[in-house]
Design a protein around this ligand. Sequence first.
Ligand code: ZN
Ligand code: ZN
Length: 354
Amino acid sequence: MNEIVINLHMHTTYSDGSGTHADIVQAALQAGLDAVITTDHNVLVNGPAGYYQDGDRKVLLIVGEEVHDQTANPQKNHLLVIGAGREMAELAEDTQHLVDSVNKTGGMAFIAHPVDPAAPAFGEPDISWEKWEVENYTGIELWNAMSEFKSLMKNWMRAIYFGFNSKLVAHGPFIETIQKWDQLLESGKRVVAVGGSDAHAFRVSIGPIRKTLFPYEFHFRAVNTHIFTKQPLSGDFNQDHDMILDALGNGHCFIGYDLPAPTRGFRFNAQGKDSTVGMGDEIEINEGVTLQIHIPQRAECRLLKDGKVIKTWKKREICTYIATEPGVYRVEVYLRYLGVKRGWIFSNPIYVRD
Ligand SMILES: [Zn+2]
Ligand SMILES: [Zn+2]
């Protein structure tokens, strides 16, 4: 198993981000990421995808896009499209057709910021996902770092306070988003959860002060998606691109908030009679399945079955649990950081089937 750290969902000067693809590559190299996925609004940017190297550091740049119906008001229902290999924005009007078309190309669709509350003090509308009747998307962006900031922008004072103290913003995915995900999982669907930064590197000026709020490098050290691949990265763009997207599509990944402490090393496996599987996999219950959790440092660990906490461990690194019932099992880990208990790790589920 190889753990690969990626950051996905971000904007460049091709849409409303302030940096270029080169700026993003530089920030990713600085932050030590393995790969980044850019997703400009309604444009698939041709050209920049590839491997970039600086000394002995390397980063893979994958280009996707964030598609929504630009004629809608407000402009809700944003969809992250990754790996389609062609422009999809012209299909935005019919969301189900868009998702089906993405699937036909072999690409993937993820619901972006499923819950994204309005910030009336700044004229920012609610741009949550509403088309829950749409089916066959790969997953949802369970944790979107910028939606969290938006939810804190109650007035100018608070916006400035959190904008200038960006480390205080992240607490975890919204409860409503987690509940929605659990409902989807309970209905029998497989839905991959990813963490996105939605990085824009906003440039603001307040009087004489000029500042970039939430620079790319800040995001790349914060909410990341950690992926497991069978082979290590080879250095060949096409091979590694396909391997990363395959792991992502199968949910072989977890969301890690790497700012309080690195989440690298987190594991969640299930050992059955004949096999051991990981996040995103299915396993038969038979006489029972042993769930094993490894946490990179002592923290509060919650095991959930079908959306309900069935066991909590405090200050533990290794946790085991024998599951005797089929269900959708997943893990949440919490850590105290800057005086507050915060979400640290959110696993993808292991599907224990009858
Ligand atoms: Zn969006
Ligand atoms: Zn976005």
